[in-house]
Ligand binder design. Structure first.
Ligand code: G4P
Length: 533
């Protein structure tokens, strides 16, 4: 394929993730987006009432029921909108696992996207998980579109939400639309660019695309009265405060286009898609670890951002998900694994969701492809076609959960060591060691406790090793150095470890202990590990 043709494929792609706290409406929004992409005719049947399934299984069900391209990791759909031009856009929505399986994987997914949608519940505002994920976006320079969801229910005012976001995270919302009607009385949106009114109509159960009608400001004043006047005043106030969309500031992570939606009623969802297409960046090239530039039209290269093992219990199975960075991917091509220099055959490239898999034949920058039986691949690894490129490793994220892991029977110790090394290399957990504890009971460090369960389950299933986890009383890690380590280690309630990548980490029981040490010993090196490499 010519580089012009690749450039055209790249230009129409948008790859993003939704970051949110559980229950803000991510699954509902995912479904609503796909509904608006006209890939499915009706939402709701999938979104089961009562007991919530995980997003992964929701998507599996969606694929089965609707025949759209879904994987447990990325949902791809075509969208033909006002900004699409001659060909539809291709939207890749990369799933961030939520709820209990919140773990390092969640953060790693953000290395595979070009933009994020920060989905907020109108009543609850910023919640802890949203904040954590936002910090990773900020650290990685990922531009963020803010969506205030559930506007059909009572909640805060737009200005309260804007203030909260500005004050707490320093991100300046620049609403593209202002809701007409307070939270709980969602009538439509004032389009701040045209000054017109987009009126929504409810459909039965919110299961179809909500019809939109367009009115001028005068017509809106007549039909909506005070609700329209309030929206106009809010919009003017925002204008006076300079809170209008600015593409450069958005891409620089300083401002965030803001939209108000009801994912449940499908209100504002088209506006979100349009904004993604119009403002979110198309995939771009990346620099290699040595500074080499790789343009999107250069030969194929990709970064592995997630590895999933043991999905098929009948045989040992490992799926690596790669985000394509440059070039055209064709199934069957033999690529090089930069970390080992070995060839890797891509015969089994698939879009994967649970047991059902569909083959991917071609893919372009921004797309996500699952590679089956990818035993040698770990998160952060690079695959390429000559010339060689190796992308920087994915940073390790700040762990908050710590446990020792011990084998129950001494005769399995060798397998245990092998398994630990394997799981460590795969990035399932971080492994910490120090002389005092020795190698018999390494300390596992995780961002989310679910990672521990994965370790013990895989120890048993794949290595036939029974293990016992014992939680450690630490909850906080700081990076330190050789000079500070001995002094820190002498303090009560502090323990220093070496992580397998060589980093020295000091663990603390709680933030008070940390604050005390910082105050008493200001010269000791203690650096936060937010999402830093
Ligand atoms: P999550 O993936 O972020 O965890 O959220 P999810 O979509 O599962 O939504 C959480 C709950 O919020 C669901 O209700 C869902 O119907 C509701 N919800 C999502 N978006 C909106 C919205 O725009 N307006 C209103 N009013 N509700 C919304 P549930 O009762 O837990 O589940 P269900 O019985 O509806 O399936």
């Amino acid at each position: 394929m010519s580089s012009e043709a690749i450039a055209r494929e790249v230009k129409r792609r948008r790859t993003f993730a939704i970051i949110s706290h559980p229950d803000a409406g991510k699954s509902t929004m995912t479904e609503a987006l796909a509904l608006h992409a006209r890939m499915i005719s009706e939402a709701g049947a999938v979104h089961g009432k009562g007991g919530r399934r995980s997003t992964v299984s929701d998507w599996m069900e969606m694929e089965k029921a609707r025949g759209i391209s879904v994987s447990s990791t990325a949902l791809q759909f075509a969208y033909e909108g006002a900004h699409s031009g001659d060909v539809p856009n291709v939207i890749n929505l990369v799933d961030t696992p939520g709820h209990a399986d919140f773990s390092e994987d969640t953060y790693r997914v953000l290395t595979a996207v070009d933009a994020a949608v920060m989905l907020i519940d109108a009543a609850k505002g910023l919640e802890p998980q949203t904040l954590k994920l936002f910090q990773v976006c900020r650290h990685r320079g990922i531009p963020v579109i803010t969506v205030v969801n559930k506007w059909d229910r009572p909640g805060q005012t737009p200005l309260e939400l804007i203030d909260e976001i500005t004050d707490r995270i320093g991100l300046i919302p620049t609403p593209l639309f202002v809701p007409v009607g307070i939270a709980g009385d969602f009538r439509g949106l004032l389009d701040r660019r045209t000054g017109g009114f987009i009126k929504f109509t409810r459909t039965a159960g919110g299961s179809k695309i909500a019809p939109e009608a367009f009115f001028t400001a005068d017509e809106a004043l007549e039909s909506e009265g005070d609700a329209w006047i309030a929206a106009v005043e809010e919009s003017e106030l925002l204008g006076e405060m300079g809170q209008d969309h600015d593409q450069e500031m958005f891409l620089a992570g300083q401002t965030s286009p803001m939209i108000f939606t009801s994912a449940m009623l499908n209100f504002g969802v088209r506006q979100l898609l349009e904004s993604l297409v119009e403002f979110a960046p198309a995939p771009e090239g990346r620099d290699g670890i040595d500074g080499t530039e790789r343009a999107v039209t250069d030969p194929f290269s990709a970064v592995v951002f997630k590895v999933q093992a043991g999905m098929d219990t009948s045989h040992r199975d490992r799926l690596a998900y790669m985000r394509i960075v440059s070039g055209e991917f064709e199934r069957g091509m033999v690529v090089t694994h930069a970390q080992t220099g070995k060839p890797f055959a891509t015969k089994y490239a698939q879009a994967v969701f649970g047991r059902d898999r569909s083959t991917v034949d071609t893919a372009y920058p921004g797309d996500v492809v699952g590679l089956v039986n990818a035993m040698a691949l770990a998160p952060g690894d690079t695959l390429y076609i000559d010339p060689k490129i190796q992308y920087p490793p994915i940073p390790s994220f700040a762990p908050e959960h710590f446990s020792t892991l011990r084998v129950t029977t001494a005769d399995k110790y060798k397998q245990f060591r092998k398994a630990i090394d394997q799981l460590d290399a795969e990035g399932v957990v971080q492994v910490l060691r120090n002389d005092l504890r020795g190698d018999a009971a390494p300390v596992l460090a995780a961002v989310g406790p679910m990672q521990f369960e994965v370790v013990t389950a895989r120890m048993k299933a794949e290595f036939n090793v029974d293990t016992i986890l014992e939680p450690l009383g630490y909850s906080l890690a700081r990076r330190t150095d050789e000079a500070s380590a001995p002094d820190l280690d002498r303090q009560r309630g502090v323990e220093v470890f070496t992580r397998s990548d060589g980093a020295l980490l000091a663990l603390f029981g709680d933030k008070w202990r940390l604050q005390f040490i910082e105050k008493e010993f200001p010269d000791l090196m203690l650096a936060p590990l937010v999402a830093a490499a």
